[in-house]
Design a protein around this ligand. Structure first.
Ligand SMILES: Nc1nc2c(ncn2[C@@H]2O[C@H](COP(=O)(O)OP(=O)(O)OP(=O)(O)O)[C@@H](O)[C@H]2O)c(=O)[nH]1
Length: 412
């Protein structure tokens, strides 16, 4: 018998009571343990499957000991197997990749060329400045005209266009009896605009026919800014409201496809790529096929531009164009030329024009030269218009070419 205050409990009842309390405590402890271990976040089933697949594919990888031992072991960036599906022919690298950056909104294309004026006017040796100083002299004698000619030649305008321009300036200034520098400048402007030729259609033919996408093939020597141009062109087209797909047919340079994919991802444009060193034509084919099936407005295809032999280049670009045209007509062939390479650029232009029918020129790095005359020379050389110009290293530094804006920039 136990006495608790005024309560008296008999022995058997006390033992029963203690037994019940112990049982409740034991059951409670077991329940807490079970619930606790269930409550730990398990990786989702697909993560586990992925991990198992990973281990099957890379048995050499030791499972990394982590908290519960079930977290996925993901390869480090450098360990990613180059032969994974992203690099198989025709693999589409979409912008939904987990690492895809936030989408950028490309700047509108109108008025971009105005920036050229700012850049050229910083240059002390600009073509326009030199010409205006000469034309502003009191007496335009033979020596001065020769200097004008030399200035134009030094600015890469080319021999024939230079002679034409000088002839026309001489005649007009004589006939009109021009003494006023402002009038001389106006005449120079008119004649330069005429030489650049405003009558060309400079729109990039990016629209397809009969429900197929427009196909823009971008060619040129490596290092001229070809891949950059493809990326920037995608932004221009996106800014204009088009749906765009990129084809990384420059399989020669290891990083070119990555570079292109990054450009695309920034504006939500997918890239079709193939294995490094693979057949460029097969990537181009897959890109246009994917573009056609996916209902894209435009497919822009980057190509490799090794200047090995002309025959090799001809074979490669010829094949690329032929296989693309099994899917859809190529609507534009843009030749990329580095404006800073002068005569070299013209030589390249000649070679490419013999290999493929170029329909438009992109002059990159115009910001890096005071010799804007290359615009005139290269158009003359190929008989096709400059359609786009590169004005810097920025993402939206590719401008639609406009003759009047360009001449105004030269003369500012
Ligand atoms: N200043 C300036 N730099 C440019 C312009 N366009 C391209 N570049 C730079 O030129 C360099 C070469 O450009 P890429 O696009 O890699 O050249 P690529 O012709 O594709 O060369 P590969 O990929 O080797 O075939 C890069 O550093 C670009 O940023 C431009 O208009 N102005």
């Amino acid at each position: 018998m136990l006495r608790l205050g005024s309560l008296t409990v008999s022995d058997p009842t006390l033992y029963l009571f203690i037994g019940l309390v112990v049982a409740v405590l034991v059951i409670g402890a077991i329940a807490a343990f079970v619930v606790g271990s269930r409550g730990k976040a398990l990786p989702p089933a697909d993560t586990v499957d992925r991990r198992l697949d990973d281990l099957r594919e890379h048995p050499e990888q030791e499972p990394t000991p982590t908290g519960d031992g079930l977290e996925p072991v993901l390869p480090e960036p450098g360990e990613i197997d180059e032969s994974d599906t992203d690099n198989e022919p025709g693999a589409v690298a979409t912008a939904e990749a987990p690492t895809a950056p936030e989408l950028e909104e490309p700047a509108p294309t109108a008025g971009r060329l105005v920036r050229l004026r700012e850049r050229l006017s910083r240059s002390q040796s600009s073509l326009g400045r030199g010409l205006l100083a000469l034309l502003g002299r009191d007496r335009l004698d033979e020596d001065t005209w020769e200097e004008i000619e030399d200035t134009l030649l030094a600015a890469d305008v080319g021999v024939a266009p230079t002679q034409e321009l000088v002839e026309r300036l001489r005649t007009r200034i004589k006939v009109e009896g021009v003494a006023d520098p402002a009038r001389a400048k106006a005449i120079l402007r008119e004649e330069l605009v005429a030489l650049v030729d405003p009558s060309y259609d400079r729109a990039v033919a990016a629209t397809g026919v009969d429900g197929t996408p427009g196909v823009v093939l971008v060619v040129g020597v490596n290092g001229t800014g070809k891949t950059t141009t493809v990326g920037r062109l995608a932004r221009v087209l996106v800014a204009d409201g088009d749906t765009v797909l990129l084809g990384a047919a420059d399989t020669f340079r290891a990083a070119a496809a990555d570079q292109l994919q990054t450009w695309g991802e920034r504006v939500g444009v997918p890239t079709v790529r193939g294995p490094e060193g693979g057949d460029p034509a097969s990537v181009a084919f897959d890109a246009v096929k994917t573009g056609k099936e996916g209902g894209y407005d435009t497919v822009v295809v980057d190509t490799a531009g090794r200047l090995h032999t002309k025959a090799g280049l001809m074979d490669e670009l010829g094949k690329v164009k032929r296989v693309i045209e099994k899917q859809a007509p190529v609507t534009e062939v843009l030749l990329v030329i580095d404006a800073t390479t002068g005569q070299n650029g013209l030589t390249q232009a000649r070679v490419f024009a013999e290999v493929v029918k170029v329909t438009g020129i992109v002059l990159t790095k115009l910001d890096g030269t005071a010799k804007g005359g290359i615009v005139i020379a290269v158009q003359r050389e190929l008989g096709v218009p400059v359609k786009l110009v590169g004005l810097g290293e920025g993402a939206d530094d590719l401008a639609p070419f406009e003759p009047e804006e360009f001449v105004d920039a030269l003369l500012s």
